[in-house]
Ligand binder design. Sequence first.
Ligand SMILES: *Cc1c(COP(=O)(O)O)cnc(C)c1O
Length: 463
Amino acid sequence: MEPEPSKQLNMVSLRGIPSVDQLLTHPNAEALLREFGHDWTTSAIRQVLDEARGEVRAGKPLPGDQELIERVQELLVTQSEVSLRPVINATGVILHTNLGRAPLSPETLKQIELVSAAYSTLEFDLASGKRGKRDVHAADLLIRLTGAEAVLIVNNNAGAVLLILSALAKGKKVAISRSQLVEIGGGFRVPDVMKQSGAKLVEVGTTNRTHTADYEAAIAEGTRLILWAHQSNFQIVGFTSNPDIAELAEATHRSDLPLIVDLGSGALVDTSRYGLAHEPTVKEVLYAGADVVCFSGDKLLGGPQAGIILGKAELLEKIRKHPLYRALRADKLCLAGLNATFLHYLKGNAEDEIPILRMLSAKPEDLKARASLWAAELGFGSVIEGVSTVGGGSLPGQDLPTWLLALRCKSAQKAAGALRQHNPPIIARVQEDLLLLDPRTVLPWQEEDLIMGLKSIEKLIEA
Ligand SMILES: *Cc1c(COP(=O)(O)O)cnc(C)c1O
């Protein structure tokens, strides 16, 4: 039997599909080969030809060679887009973990670039010409800043907690208040980390109230170490009580045991300067008697991702000798960045240079001026009062008054989605039919891109 006429036509069309080699010799393929290389270009051609074959079988016309090579180019461009790329954070959440937490200061970036473009003194002592230690680099500056005896830097604070407990508490009873058995997010739960380290968890007190006597009772029953963990991302309010770190240190030291403090955010400056609650600073916690303190590099410190461990030299030496330290230690980019960040604090220019401290200290009247300028440049939108938050598991429930650019939309969700597709992507807040943009977290050099992005979605905006 003869095939139906349309099938017949398609069989002819299928035969008309060019070969991979044919497309490789197309004049426009040359530039693609130069940019993407032979293997990658060939595999893109195969994919495009497969798709074309499917289309022809479905009764669609056979695309010409020119059209096919254009599809190959599109595919290669899409495949080569890096997925980790900068965005404009207009959410007003300063330490947005999903958006990479703290942006770095220009000096910090410069130091990272200098150290990584060449060989470095990472583990090399220039005076002796012999092997040195990578921990010395950030350590001297941080010791000067905090008065700690010794410093160790690892990958992140979750790693720091795991390392400290593995080195000091394996097989030992560790007491922690029930109010501090926290989950930080991203699956980091204090009780799980304790279990992983081999420590035996001893819960003391209740969710809302824990007293020094509760810890003392645990010590009497064989607890060998006390852990104090920052609640970070929640607050217990009302009828609450917890001994402060000084009281707890006194009780712990009476029995000759160490007090470990997971500070979480680790502020080096007094947060009450910004109208926020006072967070115990690293220096205060050490002064109050904590033996080992750890915190993140990319939260309130405003530096690169790191877990910073400091405290008594004898305990830190034990931690440094644990095999996990080798697995968790910080890399040279992180150490270079921390050095530059610590220098800002030592020189007293942290508030001018470190982006997140600039954001924290931004004055509402200046934020209002920026939002108003945006509205004026756009010719649409209004400026309304609102709040920014610190985020990143720091200072929960603490808001900072701000001014927002508010855009009324038919669908604010749709407009927010369109902004995410802009290059660079813009991340805004949605509140009912309003699209809200907070100048506090938009870096000044991103403003031009922000305005361009907002203009590009003008047709989705009503007022
Ligand atoms: C954020 C936080 C951690 C985890 O720190 P990372 O640097 O994100 O690994 C651990 N403990 C507390 C109390 C925290 O707030």
